[in-house]
Design a protein around this ligand. Structure first.
Ligand code: GSH
Length: 204
């Protein structure tokens, strides 16, 4: 088993954090040079035709991509500690928030990266600056909503750390790389990030 990734990027970070939280060590990581376009070369496209990292390659050569699918695989292999919920209600709640964060925060900041900044440079086949700026605004709106949600909660789904927190951390991580600060007035989100940053998995 091995994981194809580009370590500095946000979706690979989600898998790294997930594995660190589970205490799963020793899976080799193979670096795919995304800024140089290695993820669009035939050898990698044969593993993930969608040309994105991360991809988990199993010992029989089968490949699983999509960050949440990879995390689901490890959650089923090693259920403890549960990061995707234990009861039906917890599972549904975590999935709801994971998806909300992914769509409203991670996807908008990624769109800003690709359209509102130089992004991946010559690898960007189409850029629309205005669309990028609109997504920067959507990213700020998402931070505000998530700050509201975190009022009175330690983590996204209450007192237990979950995949929803990992997704949020990775979205804010990309925001940080792009020098988009969390406004000081978002005290819940700032407090949450401090708590999550102090977990060993945050530097996985
Ligand atoms: N939906 C995919 C998204 C993966 C993704 O977009 N990965 C980025 C790195 S964080 C990537 O490979 N980007 C390559 C590109 O935009 O060409 C997932 O959840 O894993």
């Amino acid at each position: 088993m091995k994981i194809h990734e580009f370590k500095a990027f946000p979706n690979p970070l989600r898998v790294r954090m997930f594995l660190a939280e589970k205490g799963i060590n020793g899976i080799p990581f193979e670096q795919i040079n995304v800024p140089e376009g290695e993820h669009r070369e035939p050898a990698y496209l044969a593993k993930n035709p969608y040309g994105a990292v991360p991809t988990l390659e199993l010992d029989d050569g089968a490949c699983i991509s999509e960050t949440i699918a990879i995390c689901r695989y490890f959650e089923e292999l090693q259920p403890e500690p549960a990061l995707m919920g234990e009861t039906p209600r917890e599972k549904a709640d975590i999935e709801m928030w994971q998806r909300r964060v992914e769509q409203t925060l991670n996807d908008t900041v990624a769109t800003y990266f690709h359209h509102g900044t130089p992004g991946l440079g010559s690898l960007e086949s189409y850029q629309n600056k205005e669309w990028g700026e609109q997504n920067l605004k959507r990213y700020h709106d998402a931070m505000q909503r998530l700050d509201d949600h975190l009022e009175g909660r330690t983590f996204m789904c209450g007192e237990t750390f979950s995949i929803a927190d990992i997704t949020l951390f990775s979205g804010l991580y990309l925001g940080g790389i792009l020098e988009i600060e969390i406004p000081d007035r978002l005290t819940n989100l700032n407090r949450w990030r401090k708590v999550v940053s102090s977990r060993p998995s945050a530097s996985a």
